[in-house]
Design a protein around this ligand. Structure first.
Ligand code: ATP
Ligand code: MG
Length: 470
């Protein structure tokens, strides 16, 4: 029997895995979740794979309805006028930053050149971090392609540091004797070999609209602050128009989030987010990476609920994306709650049916040990179990775990219908349809004039170098 979804507050306290084929009512459900989170005064990050103006309007409308408009921040690398500023290279030590930026070239290509790039990047970010000044994608892309900029760093940096020694060593390796003058100059070829791949990828974030969003030294959005202040951060991913740039950006964003979560783990419990901060991750499989598995463990102790949405179970172990069965199992094992909307591929139906059986088994054994009764639905039918915490019910009922939610129950769901699986049992749910009377016209969201902070700004100085020949 379908029942109205009355989202218990603690649904949003534990990680939740959502799965849905297109058209099953996911967007409506996500809006409902967001509404609930806004109502309880909580903060969120909503990574939206759709990136349409309508979706931004809906988010703002919801926030306005709950008097939370002033808490909204938008990160939209596709359209700078519809975005606050954000710089994912401000947080973390040199090693974290290097790993973060190296996400751009993934595991593809020649491993020798990749390790060269990583070493070079480590030397640069180590030195700049030591100098204590913020830098940006634009700075990096200038440094990686210009002798003048590399020499500038050599001149400006404090000399008596380990980071300087490392950087100097890296710099010297790039040198060769000039054929005519004999002077030591940076070899174009070596520089190209070291950073060519990375430079190509950086271009998407150091130019155009993304440049205006991502290269501020004192940006409007800081993730740790957003979590601490229960802000409502909407991240628009241009998944349809620029899939690769969008998913790379999502990876970098989540790497920054992971560092922020690490910092939150070190604060006393009373300073962690309350209510639990919510992180909705639409199209999760397209930017999932193995390093995210530990994030699920860390986030829980930092009071952050992760809510990834996927379209198929197998997408979580997609080898082409560098994922594995092990990763899929970690994500499935680390999400206590699961919600499925209509599924279209048979394999996902099978898998979710198994997960439902498992969830019920755990629920039953827990209930028995708590000495609380449960009522089972009709054993044979596609009936889903409805928990009954009434007293005095015998626990001797035998339940056919496997038949609780059969594979076809997942493919037969209608728009707005779903199946919940978790420690509270297995339910069929019906999600109310949310009517949002959103306005047309201009999109208005909070913008801030941030005090200028000096940064590396080698991008600006670069013009000077090229004018004087470096
Ligand atoms: N809870 C609901 N009750 C009734 N109808 C619903 C419900 N949720 C969604 N629908 C209907 O299904 C349609 C698709 O819903 P929605 O846009 O939320 O799905 P979606 O899974 O996000 O789709 P897409 O994959 O295209 O983004 C809606 O236009 C709406 O008419
Ligand atoms: Mg949708």
């Amino acid at each position: 029997m379908a029942q109205d979804l009355n989202l218990p507050a603690d649904l949003l306290n534990r990680h939740c895995l959502g799965i849905a084929a297109t058209g099953g009512g996911k967007s409506n459900f996500l809006n409902l979740i967001l509404k609930q989170q806004m109502m309880r005064g909580g903060g969120c990050i909503h990574i939206d794979g759709k990136n349409s103006k309508d979706a931004i309007r809906e988010f703002l409308t919801l926030a306005e309805q709950h008097n939370r408009w002033q808490d909204v921040r938008i990160i939209n690398i596709d359209e700078a006028t519809l975005s606050n500023t954000y710089n994912p290279l401000l947080r973390g030590d040199a090693e974290e930053l290097t790993t973060r930026i190296m996400l751009l070239i993934g595991n593809g290509g020649d491993s020798f050149f990749r390790s060269q790039a990583s070493k070079g990047l480590g030397a640069i970010s180590g030195l700049v971090k030591r100098m204590g000044i913020p830098f940006s994608f634009a700075d990096l892309s200038v440094l990686m392609g210009s002798e003048g900029a590399l020499r500038y760093l050599l001149r400006e940096a404090p000399k008596d540091t380990r980071e300087y020694v490392d950087y100097k060593m890296f710099f010297d390796q790039l040198l060769e004797a000039d054929r005519r003058t004999g002077a030591m100059i940076v070899s174009e070829k070596k520089l190209q070999h070291t950073f060519g791949d990375l430079l190509g990828k950086l271009a998407a974030y150091a130019r155009g609209q993304a440049r205006d969003v991502l290269n501020a030294y004192n940006p409007e959005v800081d993730l740790l602050q957003a979590i601490n202040e229960n802000l409502l951060v909407y991240v628009a991913l241009p998944m349809l128009s620029k899939a690769e740039v969008a998913s790379d950006f999502a990876k970098i964003f989540l790497s920054d989030l992971r560092t922020a979560v690490g910092q939150l783990q070190n604060v006393p419990p009373e300073q962690r987010p309350n209510p639990t901060f919510l992180c909705l991750m639409d199209e999760f499989s397209s930017y999932a990476m193995p390093t995210l598995a530990p994030l699920f463990e860390q986030a829980r102790s930092a009071n952050i609920c992760l809510f990834p949405f996927i379209q198929t179970v197998s997408s979580l172990s997609d080898k082409e994306r560098g994922l594995s069965i092990d990763f899929a199992q970690k994500i499935i094992g680390n999400t206590w709650n699961k919600i499925s909307f209509v599924l279209k591929d048979p394999e996902s139906c099978e898998q979710m049916s198994k997960i439902a059986g498992q969830a019920l088994k755990e629920f039953v054994s827990k209930s028995v040990s708590e000495n609380i009764g449960f009522a089972s639905g009709q054993q044979d039918a596609s009936m889903l179990i409805t928990s009954n915490r009434g007293r005095g019910i015998s626990t001797s009922t035998r339940v056919e775990y496997d038949a609780v939610a059969r594979p076809e129950d997942f493919s037969n769901l209608k728009a707005g219908e779903g199946i919940y699986m978790g420690p509270r049992g297995v339910y069929k749910i019906r999600v109310p349809l949310l009517k949002l009377n959103q306005q047309g016209g201009d999109i208005v969201f909070p913008k801030f004039r941030m005090p200028a902070t000096p940064g590396l700004a080698v991008a600006e100085k670069y013009h000077m170098f090229s004018a004087t020949g470096g």
